[in-house]
Design a protein around this ligand. Structure first.
Ligand code: ATP
Length: 282
């Protein structure tokens, strides 16, 4: 099991932590409860720029709550979260939205909006109050729509889309936001294999220049193994194991966290850590 990050640091008047600016996120002893239920329990982590992280774990183990804490939708009951060396709560909402884009697990597209209008919502942090979208905003919307292959649906009412099409629109909206950090909460759960691979390939391109970060909650262990640089196994709100995929994506961790028997090995395409589950019927 990888040692969780722990650090002591000196806060200055502006809420910055000058010693820790190399990390994208630093979580120190973060806990969060929904009422009496502690969903995230004393988590300490360091997440870097230039990496693709996968968060995996059983239903209800706290993955979505952890993402909500990382994007500032929720505030820790205990502990603290730094984003680029500054307390996440110290960012004005619009600034935060320029830094972090979330493709959520549950979403409402709103009645009557076209696909193009929903994707444009991703540009809101960049558009001054009472102003109209600029040429650049439209270029980013065009780019996101074409990345996700939504050109033919562009003018369609978003309420009339299939579940998978809606999910792709939500990913396009997050891409249009042009944030350094992309958070995907089961963003490919409703997608066919072609579109799942397309989105994870886009995510890998996003981190290529070393300045961006992707954090994806996902249930497909093979996608996690194929695309993620590092994997965090969560169990009952706590870090079970965290580190490079080669070290964490093991049959033993899968057994301990999911109570499922698995084997890990190279597949026919030589992906080094593909998982075969034991489907034996009991
Ligand atoms: N809004 C809420 N109010 C009360 N309890 C909640 C709320 N949201 C989540 N929980 C509880 O917090 C725990 C963690 O939930 P969370 O959604 O973070 O899990 P998850 O790992 O994302 O699950 P899944 O894989 O099913 O999406 C669960 O026990 C859940 O029942």
């Amino acid at each position: 099991m990888a040692a969780p990050y722990s650090a002591s640091s000196l806060e200055n008047d502006s809420g910055d932590y000058a010693m820790e600016t190399n990390s994208r996120f630093i979580l120190e002893n973060v806990s969060y409860a929904h009422g009496p239920n502690r969903a995230v329990d004393d988590i300490s982590l360091r997440l870097e720029a230039g990496k693709f992280y996968g968060f995996v774990g059983p239903n209800g183990c706290g993955k979505t709550t952890l993402l909500d804490l990382l994007c500032g939708y929720r505030t820790p009951d205990q502990g603290r979260i730094l984003l680029d060396g500054k307390k996440i709560g110290a960012y004005p909402r619009k600034e935060l939205a320029k830094k972090i884009a979330l493709a959520p697990q549950e979403f409402q597209l709103g009645l009557g909006f076209s696909v193009e209008e929903v994707v444009m919502m991703g540009r809101h942090p960049h558009i001054p109050r009472f102003a109209s979208p600029s040429k650049e905003d439209w270029q980013e919307v065009d780019w996101a729509i074409s990345c996700i292959g939504l050109q033919e649906l562009r003018h369609k009412n978003s309420s009339d889309l299939s579940g998978g099409q809606k999910q792709r629109v939500i990913v396009a909206r997050a891409l249009a936001q042009k944030a350094e950090t992309l958070l995907f909460d089961e963003a490919t759960a409703n997608l066919d294999i072609q579109y799942s691979l397309q989105i994870f390939n886009l995510a890998r391109r996003h981190i290529k220049d070393g300045n961006n970060t992707v954090i994806a909650v996902l249930h497909d262990m093979n996608l996690a193994a194929a695309y993620c640089d590092e994997v965090l196994f969560l169990q009952e709100g706590r870090v079970h194991s965290f580190g490079p995929t080669a070290r964490t994506m093991t049959a033993e961790n899968i057994r301990q966290v999911f109570q499922v028997e698995a084997r890990v090995g190279a597949d026919l395409y030589q992906q080094p850590h593909q998982i075969s589950l034991n489907y034996k019927r009991t």
